[in-house]
Write a protein that binds this ligand. Structure first.
Ligand SMILES: Nc1ncnc2c1ncn2[C@@H]1O[C@H](COP(=O)(O)OP(=O)(O)O)[C@@H](O)[C@H]1O
Ligand SMILES: [Mg+2]
Length: 404
């Protein structure tokens, strides 16, 4: 049946009927990263597609090396072979020190040998090394650094085609790190972005000063939503992991909430701007605690069937909690703009007396704003009525330490 209608010599050799092409089974088993959002960003099959070539760009210091280490470490965690990290920006011990907080990093295989400086022969050796070690993913840090050692005019093109060929042959995905100049444009031939399957941008959000990543191009149909990634003393978090980290969910949440509130309130009053970062953390803990304590009210008394569906999301300068009829929307601009007398001017006219009874500082008024939005979750409290004020006051009394 093959090539029924095309019998010429050349066509028999070079043309295949689409129907006869068998997509390798491997293409349908993406490499999972143990993070739903990261998986959804990489492909619509959820995970890194075997053979996927990703160009990761960003200005120096945005966190490319960190994010790539994080992704590779997670691939290993999820039951795949360890990734190989070709590190030419940093020595292996520098990289190890920098990535010490990333769980799973200790299992990655690091390589600092500059095969590429020995031309085609060197690249051939690198190819053999990678084939032999069969990693789950290869990280290249960075294209520019490798290209500089090759001393040929189109070294970046050569490298991209080398790694693309490798990925397509072996079904091992490759993440190529590339620097952007200070103005944010890619420091290399522009067409490289078209050569690769996916383009992942890493950047620092101007307003929140948080680090984000997002795919701006993806042949495998992943999402293009921006996701935050954080490395803090508490751990490493990608996207919404922050909101569901175990420390927040367990019953000790209350202790953490108290600590966050204390930290927020003690840092604020002396500064002109309300301390957004501290507020955000306090807000997160507070909403988590509210979800936990009101779990049994969900499904009947609220617009939402379960606490899980009140999902905290974080986008640049806004933190919000989504539910059916609206959002608990904590905007950086709004809160940072609070004057030191905000507690006196904030609130609806009929709300002012209760608000002022509890809130003696602008920080307390900001916490009040969260309770206010929270109460709107409940049926019958959509409007600003006496009922609503007394409901907020009930929360205010229960959370007496918010105002202490
Ligand atoms: N999400 C993050 N949270 C906190 N610090 C980070 C984060 N990502 C990177 N860093 C820190 O920022 C610095 C630069 O990160 P790095 O990954 O080396 O950036 P790049 O490779 O883009 O130059 C390092 O000190 C790193 O530890
Ligand atoms: Mg780097």
């Amino acid at each position: 049946m093959k090539l029924q209608t095309i019998n010429g010599l050349l066509s028999a050799k070079y043309l295949k009927r689409a129907a006869d092409i068998i997509v390798p089974e491997k293409m349908f088993s993406p490499i999972r990263t143990m993070n739903d959002e990261l998986d959804a960003a990489f492909s619509e099959l959820r995970g890194i597609i075997p053979s996927q070539v990703v160009l990761m760009t960003g200005t120096p210091g945005t966190g490319k090396t960190t994010l790539a280490s994080l992704i590779a470490s997670r691939c290993h965690h999820s039951g795949h072979r360890p990734g190989v990290f070709l590190s030419y920006e940093m020595s292996d011990f520098q990289l190890k020190l920098q990535a010490k907080k990333i769980p799973g990093f200790e299992n990655l295989l690091l390589c600092t040998e500059e095969f590429h400086s020995r031309g085609k022969e060197g690249l051939h050796e690198l190819h053999n090394l990678l084939v032999e070690s069969q990693p789950s993913v290869v990280i290249v840090d960075s294209l520019q650094k490798m290209a500089a050692k090759m001393r040929i005019p189109s070294a970046q093109e050569e490298l991209v085609s080398f790694f693309t060929k490798f990925a397509k042959e072996t079904f091992i995905p490759v993440i190529l790190i590339g620097h952007c100049g200070k103005d944010g444009s890619y420091a290399g031939p522009a067409f490289l972005k078209h050569e690769v399957d996916s383009h992942l941008e890493v950047y620092v959000d101007k307003e929140s000063r948080e680090r984000f990543f997002k795919f701006s191009k993806n042949r495998f149909g992943g999402t293009t939503d921006p996701y935050v990634f954080r490395i803090t003393n508490e751990g490493v978090f990608v996207g919404n992991e922050w909101w569901s980290k175990p420390a927040l969910v367990d019953d000790a949440g209350d202790t953490l909430l108290r600590a966050a509130i204390k930290d927020f309130k003690s840092s604020g009053s002396t500064t002109a701007k309300m301390p957004w970062d501290k507020f955000r953390v306090a807000a997160e803990y507070l909403v988590h605690d509210l979800k936990r304590r009101d779990a049994n009210r969900f499904g009947t008394e609220t617009y939402v069937s379960s606490p899980e569906r009140v999902k905290m999301t974080y986008e640049g300068s806004r933190v919000y909690c989504e539910y059916k009829n609206g959002r608990l929307n904590f905007s950086r601009k709004f809160f940072e703009g609070f004057s030191t007398k905000a507690h006196l001017s904030l609130g609806y006219k009929s709300e002012k007396p209760t608000l002022q009874k509890y809130c003696k500082t602008r920080e307390e008024a900001a916490l009040w704003a969260i309770l206010h939005e929270w109460v709107h979750l409940f049926k019958g409290y959509e409007k600003h009525t006496k009922n609503m004020w007394s409901e907020i006051e009930r929360y205010a009394k229960d959370y007496n330490y918010l105002w202490a």
